[in-house]
Design a protein around this ligand. Structure first.
Ligand SMILES: Nc1ncnc2c1ncn2[C@@H]1O[C@H](COP(=O)(O)OP(=O)(O)OP(=O)(O)O)[C@@H](O)[C@H]1O
Ligand SMILES: [Mg+2]
Length: 249
């Protein structure tokens, strides 16, 4: 379970998260929707521990333990995973090498043995096939020259290999073609588990037809201003944010 209490955070002296509280229980899929610039990606960076974001108040607890003092790698080893809105390109590092390094670092931190190369390759190939990621992409530098949708599929492949306990998907649907949206959603749904929780950031209700959320939260001006069930996303699709965006302090 992740519990965020009265979180305040800023970057470059600009306050972006303004007293945000949110609970995502084990096994729950929570969706966050909200206008551009409301702080959704910033929240995902603050949770994942990206450098440069300063938490000025509040708490983030993962299974009751504060993660604020941990760096990004430590949080990842605790099971926090972020699929980026804009996946990073890493020239010079092949996708295969990157995936192997991530996976083995994760296993090491959990006290598990490193995978042998054949075991690793088998896992990646199985995961890649399921998500429609061609083998040829695995030999290219990570995300370099990948199309928008290919990058998003690669994020979900990473997630499926790392088996996180708390996964944040930041607009993973943007840029996906109609078939990819279904394939990627199936990939996410296959990972749904009573011990795993998801925070799905999206602008479009359509994604939530595929990944049906347990809760939907509206974010505005760095706060959660409304929480509801999956029907809230339908209401937002119909009416926009006008009923909620005025309410934040
Ligand atoms: N380094 C920075 N310096 C100043 N302002 C920043 C910085 N990074 C982000 N911001 C501002 O913080 C606000 C929140 O940005 P964020 O990317 O979290 O929004 P978002 O809700 O994810 O929007 P979108 O729906 O467009 O992805 C924006 O107004 C943005 O301009
Ligand atoms: Mg964003």
């Amino acid at each position: 379970m992740i519990e965020i209490r009265n979180l305040h955070a800023e970057i470059d002296g600009k306050k972006i998260i303004n007293g945000l509280s949110l609970i995502v229980k084990d096994g729950e899929v929570a969706a966050i929707m909200g206008p551009n610039g409301s702080g959704k990606s910033t929240l995902s960076y603050v949770i994942s521990g990206r450098v440069g974001y300063e938490v000025t108040g509040g708490e983030i607890l993962l299974n009751g333990e504060s993660i604020l003092e941990m760096n990004a790698a430590e949080r990842a080893s605790k099971g926090v995973f972020l699929a980026f809105q804009y996946p990073l390109e890493i020239p010079g590092v092949t996708t295969m090498t990157f995936l192997k390094a991530c996976l083995n670092a994760q296993r090491k931190s959990r006290g598990e043995a490193e995978l042998t190369t054949p075991d690793f390759i088998k896992r990646v190939k199985t995961g890649a096939d399921k998500l429609g990621v061609p083998q040829e992409m695995l030999r290219r530098a990570l995300n370099v020259g990948f199309s928008g949708g290919e990058k998003k599929r690669m994020e979900v492949l990473q997630m499926s290999l790392l088996e996180p306990t708390f996964a944040i998907l930041d607009e993973t649907d943007s840029g996906l073609d109609i078939d990819a949206l279904r394939i990627v959603s199936e990939g996410v749904n296959a990972l749904r588990d009573p011990k795993r929780s998801f925070l799905v950031i999206t602008h479009y209700q359509r994604l939530l037809d595929y990944i049906v959320p347990d809760t939907v939260h509206v974010m505005s001006k760095g706060q959660i201003v409304k929480t509801g069930g999956k029907d809230l996303a339908l209401e937002l699709e119909a009416n926009g944010y006008r009923d909620y965006v005025g309410e934040a302090a």
